[in-house]
Design a protein around this ligand. Structure first.
Ligand SMILES: [Zn+2]
Length: 71
């Protein structure tokens, strides 16, 4: 049963395919601390569920913002 829902696109999907921003703690850059602040501004917490497509979108979005932030 598809009983998980993506916070962004609102699509339903299988619970085993849930992604959260917690996976970004394994990125070297941006730092996780920075990532948490970034997502906080977007009203996204560590407990929000996303589908693979949307977490990929946020991964890129945060990385792009980090690149600009570093300059
Ligand atoms: Zn989604």
């Amino acid at each position: 049963m598809k009983n998980a829902q993506c916070k962004k696109c609102l699509n339903k999907f299988y619970e085993k395919n849930i992604y959260t921003i917690q996976q970004f703690q394994y990125r070297k850059e941006p730092t996780y601390k920075w990532s948490l602040e970034f997502f906080k501004k977007l009203d996204i917490s560590e407990w929000d569920s996303f589908c693979e497509q949307c977490i990929t979108y946020y991964s890129k979005k945060s990385k792009d913002a980090w690149e600009k932030f570093k300059i």
